[in-house]
Design a protein around this ligand. Structure first.
Ligand code: HAM
Length: 426
């Protein structure tokens, strides 16, 4: 029979990898709770129009990378390529601005973009996405960047750098776009076909082009920082000042633009040298005006998303794989012991211990090998003779010591062993 493989660019997270993923998620939830964020979960599928309007219909994401399909009634739906637009849609739909205190949200989950897969770039990937609504103060910009960097530091990720820029606002950016368009059109014959098109439709995108010859051209292009209005300059100056007060290092990158069109003023990326071409571990910025654009109240917003696959790739290089085996592995020899053991295993699990065994009547040797392989702390060995005497052998797998326990005392015995192990039962 022909084997069925996973969809290109969509990865399985195997049991050996899942503990690291869980660790990354648990730490995210913990720090986000410390910073006052509340979890939100939105559907993976949204109306296609949400992203066209939210992200911008001349972005690569919307033009080329969305998984869009018609449902049975012909409505165009998309797999979400990011979470910001979805969270805003939910915020508006449920009128969460009326619920006092609900302004800071996070979402952890899969996103979908039909990009060319390579290391660190996939078609299904996962983000930790963070959003704040209704706050204009540059202090919030600095705090959000601080949160992203502190999280990465706390999970042990080293060698990342924060890059920041200001993208101006709806008042000052149009002039920059015009100047940049003129510059690009002067060089249009040397630009790649994508950038030649971008020059007309969305000139800022040229800064993101990976074609080397385009890179050389835009290296001489005018930069937004020379065009932003006084209000934007003032906002950006304060953001930088607050970053300095928090002791958070950053570098200014006047050519930093983002792949989504909704940003105004502050934009940032957290980059690394260790991931090849996919150098952004995360990115975000301010998007005042987007909520209004999506039919909601005119509340400002700021947020970021971290790419979990990229975090995993970076952590894999620095962290020992950590995975606990079961606390106890049970080895049963003979049908009576197996029958007794079947109930004992459930009882111990109900008591809070992580317990494993198999019911395949294998030899003691192969069952013990399994206890080793799964990394059990203890093994319980129960044969027919022992069962008759009301006892079993308990083996400390790390110290290779074995002793006899009364079956009637097994629960207490395991509880006291767990205490010695610092309370670990699973
Ligand atoms: P983004 O820069 O498109 O921003 O994505 C954020 C992060 O997601 C990237 O820095 C990267 O780590 C990861 N990522 C993006 N595409 C892929 C991919 N194909 N494979 C693996 N990882 C990927 C956003 O999505 C914005 N919604 C962030 C934001 C939230 N801005 C404001 N609020």
């Amino acid at each position: 029979m022909e084997q069925i493989q996973s969809v290109k660019g969509m990865n399985d997270i195997l049991p050996s990898e899942a503990p690291l993923w869980r660790h990354i998620e648990d730490k995210a939830r913990e720090i986000l709770n410390r910073f006052g964020y509340r979890e939100i979960r939105t559907p993976v599928v949204e109306k296609a129009e949400l992203f066209a309007r939210g992200i911008g219909d001349t972005t690569d994401i919307v033009e080329k990378e969305m998984y869009t399909f018609a449902d049975k009634k012909g409505r165009l739906l998309s797999l979400r390529p990011e979470a910001t637009a979805s969270i805003i849609r939910a915020f508006i739909e449920h009128q969460l601005h009326m619920v006092s205190g609900l302004r800071k949200f996070f979402l952890i989950g899969p996103m979908f973009r039909h990009e060319r897969p390579q290391k660190g770039r996939y078609r299904q990937f996962h983000q930790i996405d963070v959003e704040v609504f209704g706050m204009n103060d540059p202090m919030v910009d600095a705090e959000v960047m601080y949160l992203a960097c502190l999280y990465l530091e706390e999970i042990g990720l080293k060698g990342v750098r924060l890059e920041i820029n200001t993208l101006g606002c709806t008042k000052c950016r149009p002039r920059f776009r015009t100047v940049l368009r003129e510059f690009l059109l002067e060089h249009v014959s040397s630009l790649c076909p994508d950038c030649a098109r971008r020059a007309y439709k969305n000139p800022l995108r040229a800064f993101d082009c990976k074609v080397p010859s385009c890179g050389e051209i835009v290296a001489d292009a005018p930069v937004i920082t020379d065009f932003v209005c006084d209000e934007c300059v003032n906002h950006f100056d304060q953001v930088k000042q607050y970053l300095e007060e928090l002791g958070l290092g950053y570098s200014l990158n006047p050519r930093l633009v983002r792949g989504l069109d909704y940003y105004v003023r502050t934009a940032f990326e957290i980059v690394t040298e260790h991931l090849g071409a996919q150098n952004a571990v995360g990115g975000g910025g301010r998007y005042d005006g987007l909520m209004k654009e999506l039919g909601g109240p005119d509340l400002p917003g700021i947020g970021f998303a971290l790419g979990m696959e990229r975090i995993v790739l970076l952590l894999d290089q620095t962290l020992e794989p950590f995975q606990n085996g079961p606390f106890l592995y049970c080895v049963f020899i003979g049908p009576e012991a197996k029958k007794y053991g079947f109930k004992l295993v459930q009882k111990l699990r109900k008591e809070g211990f992580s317990v494993d065994c198999d019911y395949e009547d294998k030899s003691v040797k192969s069952q013990m090998r399994m206890a080793h392989r799964v990394g059990a702390s203890y093994a319980l060995i129960l044969g027919e003779d022992e069962l008759q005497k009301g006892i079993a052998q308990l083996r400390d797998m790390h110290r290779s010591e074995q002793f006899v326990v009364e079956l009637s005392e097994i629960v207490n015995e395991l509880h006291s062993l767990a205490e010695i192990e610092g309370g670990r039962r699973s």
